[in-house]
Design a protein around this ligand. Sequence first.
Ligand SMILES: [Zn+2]
Length: 203
Amino acid sequence: MNDDIQEGLILTEERWQAILRNDAAFDHRFYYAVRTTGIFCRPSCKSKPPKKENVRIFANAAQAMREEFRPCKRCKPNGERLPDEEWADQIARYIDKHYAETITLEMLADLCHGSPYHLQRTFKRVKGISPVEYLQKKRMAEAKKSLLETDKALSAIASSVGFSSASYFTTLFKRMTGRTPARYRQWNADRTNLEGREHEQTP
Ligand SMILES: [Zn+2]
């Protein structure tokens, strides 16, 4: 059938390298099957790299199954259940994008179809910190950027990174960086001035 001939079925060098690197960035973009084993995988699968000449590329899992390849038990390319790493990555990506909004553990758990308890444990095991800690780190990084690159008021910065209370923002900022936001901004301005002056003095 001509419909089956579409871009996405070719083993390009880019895809081959993704398979060799177990590159998760290519997951869901294509699947690869191995003729000799009859099994198909996600690009990120940690299984032994196949011989290049035995590889076939599919745009989706259904296509591979139509051709009678079986899903790999390790990377579960057809599974509703994602590998933990991928699951945690999805949550992290969501936080990266929505940090300025109200985010709770319960909301995240709802979004990714898991219990808050499971989310908390899995995320922490994969990322080393809890989802809420991850969110706070992201917010602090964005706040630091605003403190240095803009002259917005602290309350405006606090709300722009998702804190409803400026005083809570200040408390948390101090706990995480050792300085209040105002001192952080001042300290950086002083440092930049000093560097500028030293620079002028050099012949
Ligand atoms: Zn696999």
